[in-house]
Ligand binder design. Structure first.
Ligand code: GLY
Ligand code: MN
Ligand code: MN
Length: 429
């Protein structure tokens, strides 16, 4: 795609990259190192000047994921405590990766980390790799080597009650010590890049969605009255693990009966009863990318007339909004379309969340919802109606790729129509 048109400029990479050398950090997964280099290059084009710093997560493992901006720019999934410095103006500081100092005793607990070597530079595709102990000095030097002494903040804006993000705090601390320096706002650059996916990313997401869709089919074919919600969760998860997904993209929601009306229900341990609906909002993560699907189906395999009536309204809202997805449309327009269908059917107060979000490295991925959609974005469309007094909570959620000509429902194969759900459930053993 876009990659092919860009001139390849890899001044420091003369040999093929070593791959999977023990302890040598290299990009993980199917996305080539060259893609990460092009992303850094594009980001620096967007910055134009100045110095930016992107931190890895302090610690990766024990349930903590890598920082996703750092991963997006380096492909390094397991390097905790690292940082990436970008400074487009000056060749000496253009791209520097800082890795945590080596601790030979820590190696025995957490695996081998090597001494700095050329192999690390070749492996990461980043021209310079240093220890984080040198970061303060190098950051100052890099800033002094810019024309405007500008530091570019690439993180997100947070509310005043949240902790000040580390990236912003470090830039402020550095700026306080450098006369005539200033911090510039670049917080839209990465969301704008991250929300439009290339072919490799889309293929990974197709796989993630495909695994989740099969999980839904298995769940629909397994559920029955008196089964526990947690057992149904296990049907999804055992399938995900078997298919190469090492974790879920988010905490699964398996809500039956009244629980179907609790938007973030997560206990998943009630016994499901005959006549109830079960709302399953589940997605696997595959090669770091999320999928996010919701289906609501009857525990006994057949919708009651009232359940079907409400279900059909949600489905109509889903169809109307999906039909409008194309480049140029805004989230506000899509929201309005779904809202209108639900309001007109008389359920205005029973739909109280927004229509969807971006999906990518994170389930609620980075992106700018006030800007119109662009081809290459993957979004969810997920209208719902929740009527607690009737124990009817229904949401239908699919993952949708925005294409040049409109959109493609990546999760199209997941049964959605009432007759599709009832027929796959009728085939249960
Ligand atoms: N599963 C979270 C969401 O649908 O947004
Ligand atoms: Mn969602
Ligand atoms: Mn969801």
């Amino acid at each position: 795609m876009e990659h092919a048109k860009r001139p390849l400029e890899t001044p420091n990479i003369k040999r093929p990259l070593p791959h999977n050398v023990e302890g040598i950090p290299t990009p993980t997964g199917p996305i080539p190192a060259e893609t990460y280099r092009l992303r850094r290059q594009r980001l620096m084009e967007g910055m134009e000047s100045g110095v930016a710093l992107i931190f890895a997560a302090d610690h990766v493992g024990d349930g903590q994921r890598q920082d996703l901006d750092f991963f997006y720019l380096t492909g390094l999934e397991f390097e905790g405590g690292a940082a990436l410095l970008l400074a487009p103006e000056h060749p000496q500081y253009k791209e520097i990766l800082f890795l945590r100092p080596l601790d030979v005793e820590d190696n025995r607990w957490h695996g081998n980390r090597p001494i700095l070597s050329r192999a690390i530079e070749l492996g990461t595709g980043i021209a310079k790799v240093m220890r984080t102990t040198l970061l303060p000095r190098m950051l100052t030097d890099a800033i002094l080597n810019t024309r405007e002494r500008d530091l570019v903040y690439l993180g997100s804006m947070v509310g005043y009650t949240s902790p000040i993000p580390k990236q912003l705090q470090v830039l402020r601390d550095a700026s306080a010590r450098i006369l005539n320096s200033k911090i510039r706002d670049g917080h839209e650059l990465l969301p704008r890049m991250r929300s439009v996916h290339d072919e490799d990313e889309i293929n990974i997401m197709r796989r993630a969605v495909g695994i989740t869709v099969e999980g839904f089919k298995k769940a629909m074919q397994s559920v029955k009255p008196e089964m526990n919600e947690s057992e149904l969760q296990y049907v999804f998860e055992s399938h995900f693990r078997r298919e190469g997904s090492h974790s879920n993209a988010y905490a699964p929601i398996i809500g039956s009966g009244l629980n179907s009306c609790v938007l973030h229900y997560g206990q998943n341990r009630k016994v499901m009863k005959d006549g109830e609906l079960v709302l399953c909002d589940v997605g696997c993560e595959y090669e770091m990318y999320a999928s996010d699907i919701t289906r609501t189906f009857p525990v006994n395999g057949t919708f009651t007339p009232r359940q079907a009536e409400v279900y059909q309204v949600v489905l109509n809202a889903w169809k109307a909004s999906v039909a409008a997805v194309r480049p140029g449309v805004t989230w506000a327009q899509l929201n309005e379309i779904a809202r209108q269908v639900i309001d007109e059917a008389g359920y205005a107060d029973d739909y109280f969340h927004s229509l969807g979000h971006f999906v990518g490295l994170y389930v609620h991925d980075s992106g700018l919802q006030r800007e119109p959609l662009r081809a290459g974005m993957v979004i969810t469309i997920e209208p719902g109606i929740y009527i607690a007094k009737e124990e009817i909570g229904i949401r239908i959620e699919d993952d949708i790729l925005v294409t040049e000509g409109g959109c493609e429902v990546l999760s199209a194969d997941c049964p959605r129509e009432i007759h599709e759900i009832e027929s796959i459930m009728a085939a249960r053993g």
